[in-house]
Design a protein around this ligand. Structure first.
Ligand SMILES: NC(=O)c1ncn([C@@H]2O[C@H](COP(=O)(O)O)[C@@H](O)[C@H]2O)c1NC=O
Length: 529
């Protein structure tokens, strides 16, 4: 038997009517009989197509506000019947069921309805039942039926019909079936995720995460790993929702690093002034506030200009020409900002390989979301880390309270430390990081590495003293021993912000007192692994 199925009869039932008129006309011109549900049939008729109402096929009207339209053996039999099976053919004949060779369905916009903040009743009415049932039936029966679930596949369908003389091939139908099952799975993932959220159930028995292919990537973290990027249906501002204005295709590592850079830049509300973050290997190598985007960039870069080479730059304000010029002086992989002016864009166009992403605004760092990560054989799910202490939450534990300037720098360093892999130590001065120790297995090593990098940088630039002198320091988790404090004091730091809670807090506080450091406890930590 040939695997070509001539297309004679199609059922079209779509919520998103984009491209419907053209599709209907193209199918009608090929002599395909069209069956359709209420709104779709009306739109097709308005486009001049002859349409048979599904109600005529089922012998029953659409009812219950559309909850029941296509849920009928005359439809599902037509989609599911095995055309070469005598029993199926017999059933079709005795019940007056005709085969359906093509199903075109897109579903009620449940995801968009929920994203728009609909109440429960509206959201529930937007849970499509008949659509997924038909999609699953047609996709299961891909041996005989083509199931199209995305408007973007209409052109491919028509091209296939042209190529196959009005038929569809098995390979084509099978590829459509894969997309179709992915669609219904992602749809149900959205429904079950919404239910868990609205019912306040953090750990439902089954947790499903859906996504739509945003980009196939050249490779993963390494060239021998395959990779792809999947986006949520309504992604929050960030790398998934940003538009790329220019540059080479994003790589796996670019996406991961851009995500990290943008998340930290989003900690600094644009209303409080410009801020810039530079990320390498998922860790910030510099972050700063500035009177302008340019100043913020320069100060972030100067924290560790060596590491900033080949970095990812995120701004919390639109990119202007002066900042663009400065960024382009150094080899930069990606720049992401909530806007760009024409002059800056023209400057970037001269370096066409640099990736420029424009995000639709900054992210809300306090917006609750789930963080999911894979381990061998399973998934870890947790709340995203949305917390950040306010000055009123801090407890001063040394005799000397921090000065206003120290307090500002401590809070800045604390926000940065939240985005640095543990063990994280961040030195900050005047609203800019001046030393970052990341990802060490011991906290004292992070403290020493950050100070040593700052010292070497100061020496290279011929500065009189390292910028850690007079800096405030954030530690993402408590100091287990006094040695970490000794390292900070040796680097000239004057103030420390840390969670507290070590069994040796008394020793740690005593070390801070001995070196005249002001220290505050946050009472909460920011591990990041
Ligand atoms: N209930 C049913 O039997 C049913 N059959 C198809 N639908 C959906 O109805 C929508 C199209 O409706 P209309 O043609 O009336 O605009 C499609 O998104 C389709 O997935 C149904 N609606 C919801 O379940």
């Amino acid at each position: 038997m040939s695997d070509l199925v001539p297309l004679r009869r199609a059922l079209i039932s779509v919520s998103d009517k984009t491209g419907l008129a053209d599709l209907g006309q193209a199918l009608a011109a090929r002599g395909v009989e069209l069956l359709s549900t209420g709104g779709t049939a009306q739109a097709l008729r308005e486009a001049g197509c002859d349409v048979t109402d599904v109600a005529e096929v089922t012998g029953l009207p659409e009812m219950m506000g559309g909850r029941v339209k296509t849920l009928h053996p005359a439809i599902h039999g037509g989609l599911l019947a095995l055309r070469e099976d005598p029993a199926h053919l017999q059933a079709m004949e005795s019940h007056g069921i005709a085969p359906i060779d093509l199903l075109v369905v897109n579903l009620y916009p449940f995801e968009a309805t929920v994203a728009a903040g609909a109440d429960d009743a509206d959201a529930i009415e937007q849970i499509d039942i008949g659509g997924p049932a038909m999609i699953r039936a047609a996709a299961k029966n891909y041996a005989h039926v083509a199931a199209v679930v995305d408007v973007e596949d209409y052109a491919a369908l028509l091209a296939e019909l042209d190529a196959q003389d009005g038929a569809t091939s098995l390979a084509f139908r099978r590829a459509l079936a894969l997309t179709a099952f992915g669609r219904t799975a992602a749809y149900d993932a959205a429904v079950s995720g919404w239910m868990a959220e609205t019912l306040g159930v953090f750990a439902p028995r089954r947790r499903v995460v859906g996504g739509r292919l945003a980009q196939e990537l050249r490779y993963g973290e390494n060239p021998h790993q395959r990779a792809a990027f999947y986006a949520e249906t309504h992604p929050a501002p960030g790398v998934a929702s940003a538009s790329q204005l220019q540059g080479k295709a994003l790589s796996y590592n670019n996406i991961n690093d851009t995500d990290a850079a943008f998340a930290l830049a989003s900690e600094f509300p644009p209303g409080d002034g410009a801020a810039c973050v530079i990320v390498k290997h998922a860790n910030p190598c510099g972050a700063a506030r500035g009177a302008s985007a340019l100043e913020a960039y320069q100060r972030a870069r100067d924290c560790d200009p060596v590491s900033a080479f080949g970095g990812i730059v995120a701004l919390n304000v639109p990119l202007d020409a002066r900042t663009a010029e400065a960024i382009l002086e150094l080899f930069t992989e990606v720049v992401i900002a909530p806007g760009v002016d024409d002059e800056a864009q023209t400057l970037f166009a001269q370096k066409p390989n640099v990736r420029l992403l424009i995000a639709p605004g900054m992210a809300d760092p306090a917006a609750p979301s789930l963080a999911v990560r894979q381990v061998a054989g399973g998934w870890l799910v947790q709340d995203a880390d949305t917390r950040l202490v306010a000055p009123g939450d801090l407890k001063t534990v040394t005799a000397r309270a921090p000065s206003e300037a120290e307090m500002r720098d401590m809070l800045f360093a604390w926000a940065v430390a939240k985005h640095v892999k543990s063990n994280a130590i961040v030195y900050a001065k005047g609203g800019a990081t001046v030393g970052i120790g990341a990802g060490q297995m011991s906290r004292v090593d992070s403290a020493r590495i950050a100070a040593e990098k700052a010292r070497a940088m100061a020496e290279g630039l011929g500065l009189a003293e390292p910028p850690t002198v007079g800096a405030a320091v954030a530690s993402d988790a408590f100091f287990p021993f006094a040695d970490g404090i000794e390292a900070l004091a040796a680097a000239g730091a004057t103030a420390v912000i840390q969670p507290g809670g070590s069994m040796r807090d008394a020793e740690v506080i005593a070390a801070a007192e001995a070196h005249g450091l002001a220290m505050v406890f946050t009472g909460e930590r920011h591990f990041r692994h």
